[in-house]
Design a protein around this ligand. Structure first.
Ligand SMILES: Cc1cc2nc3c(=O)[nH]c(=O)nc-3n(C[C@H](O)[C@H](O)[C@H](O)COP(=O)(O)OP(=O)(O)OC[C@H]3O[C@@H](n4cnc5c(N)ncnc54)[C@H](O)[C@@H]3O)c2cc1C
Ligand code: FES
Length: 254
């Protein structure tokens, strides 16, 4: 369903990241995303970062033409959106550890708010940490990890996750972040026999399972995902290895 919504408020999360809130009464599950159309530029996928009954939000990191254009918008401006799309997280496990890396933190925040589960927020440095105050107000524990040690644990999300798993048993890990983080999260979970659900990112055009842009092996990330379980990920030969660009060309991660 396509709709035009009006921006109600804007919050700076970091020097390059802003949250845009708008009234939208659609039912959205934690981990789902919408497509945002920026006229004359592009239509791009964005996780829904806040999902109260009537109000929703997206948290956008400015990296290219479309996201920079969104950053220019002011309160009262309109956003053209389609969705919600994707499956979202299964939050039925009792003890969940939630991990957000970089702007992937936006995708996990509704799960943090809904469950109050222990949460790791990882970023390159203190200035890149986002949404720690909302997580702090809802989660039982919030642990910050920074690559450069400028705040919290000195190291990456996976190193901190391993430390936490040594101290407490969790039924499921939920994570969203850069693919390298998700790859090593998955490998660590495999070694430890730990269940996980990871939210993956691929180039998307339709968002609705039609165009085939986002395929990974036999899965359409927009429709069958973006959240995949460890059992599903085990069968994805492209996970952590390659993705497709906007022309369908294969781009290697390493
Ligand atoms: C399911 C999903 C949820 C996402 N959630 C968020 C979020 O909550 N916050 C956020 O800041 N970003 C999110 N992204 C990433 C966001 O869509 C890209 O940063 C954005 O599309 C970049 O567009 P651009 O024109 O600004 O940059 P460009 O310069 O056009 O692209 C920069 C990079 O962004 C990626 N990208 C560009 N267009 C697309 C596209 N149509 N689909 C997927 N990736 C693309 C490519 O890797 C590209 O190399 C999400 C992506 C997906 C697939
Ligand atoms: S983006 Fe079109 S099938 Fe996934």
């Amino acid at each position: 369903m396509s709709e035009v919504v009006t921006i109600k408020s804007i919050t700076d999360e970091a020097y390059d990241t802003k949250t845009f809130r708008f009234d939208w009464d659609a039912e959205v599950k934690p981990g789902q995303f919408i497509m945002i159309w920026i006229p004359g530029v592009d239509e791009i996928p964005m996780s829904v970062s806040g999902i109260s009954d009537t109000e929703k939000s997206v948290t956008v990191k400015a990296i290219g033409d479309a996201t920079k254009k969104i950053h220019e918008l002011k309160v009262g401006d309109k956003l053209s959106i389609r969705g919600p799309f994707g499956n979202g997280f299964d939050l039925s496990s009792r003890n969940i550890l939630i991990i957000g890396g970089g702007v992937g933190t936006a995708a996990i925040m509704p799960a943090v708010v809904q469950t109050g589960a222990d949460t790791i927020i990882a970023a390159r440095s203190d200035r890149d940490v986002i949404m720690d105050s909302i997580a702090g107000s809802k989660a039982s524990n919030v642990w910050i990890a920074t690559d450069d040690g400028s705040r919290g644990f000195h190291g990456n999300a996976v190193q901190l996750m391993k430390e936490k798993l040594a101290l407490k048993k969790y039924d499921c890990i939920i994570a969203c972040g850069p693919e390298v983080m998700l790859y090593f999260t998955f490998k660590a979970c495999q070694e430890l026999g730990q269940k996980c659900q990871l939210s993956l990112e691929r180039y998307m055009k339709c968002g609705a399972g039609v165009c085939g842009c986002c395929v990974m092996d036999d899965q359409r990330v927009c429709r069958d995902g973006p959240v995949f379980t460890n059992d599903q990920i085990e069968k994805l030969t492209e996970f952590g290895v390659s993705k497709r660009d906007e022309c369908g060309r294969i781009v290697k991660f390493r």
